[in-house]
Design a protein around this ligand. Structure first.
Ligand code: FES
Length: 145
């Protein structure tokens, strides 16, 4: 057995892998085009109102993420792990534009004796459309520059 056979086989596979990428098939291109149309039809950011402040949230992102990005200092002691419930917010409008509550969020709210259907954890509630919320705990001020 020639010890260079393995080297030649590896080199051939490397050349094959480094070659031009195959063109995606028609079905893949159609799926990509449909996804692109869907993304452009639904803007990536949605307006939300947080304690009366108009801010923007990334579609699919959390309320906490939107608040922090807009320099609103909402408490989140557990680091968005659905444990502390200090990020609790009361939804005043657009409740249907938040993703349904997960079991983790439901259990955390129940543990912290928050049974109201409009109370959500900002770290878990994902934004899908315009929504208005008020923080349950006082904000800690604005994030300094
Ligand atoms: S940050 Fe702790 S539950 Fe949301």
């Amino acid at each position: 057995m020639n010890p260079h056979d393995d080297d030649n086989a590896i080199a051939a596979r490397l050349r094959e892998a480094a070659g031009p990428a195959p063109m995606p098939d028609a079905a893949l291109r159609a799926r990509f085009a449909a996804r692109l149309r869907d993304v452009t039809a639904h803007p990536e950011t949605v307006p939300i109102q947080f304690d009366g402040r108009k801010i923007e949230a990334r579609r699919g992102g959390t309320l906490l993420g939107a608040a922090l990005k807009s320099r609103t200092r909402l408490m989140h002691l557990c680091g968005a792990r659905a444990l502390c419930a200090t990020c609790r917010v009361k939804v005043t409008a657009g409740e249907e534009n938040l993703a349904p509550m997960s079991l983790k969020e439901r259990l955390s709210l129940r543990y912290h004796l928050s049974f109201g259907s409009r109370t959500r954890l900002a770290c878990q509630a994902r934004v899908q459309g315009p929504v208005e919320v008020e923080s349950v705990f006082p904000l800690c001020g604005d994030v300094p520059d």
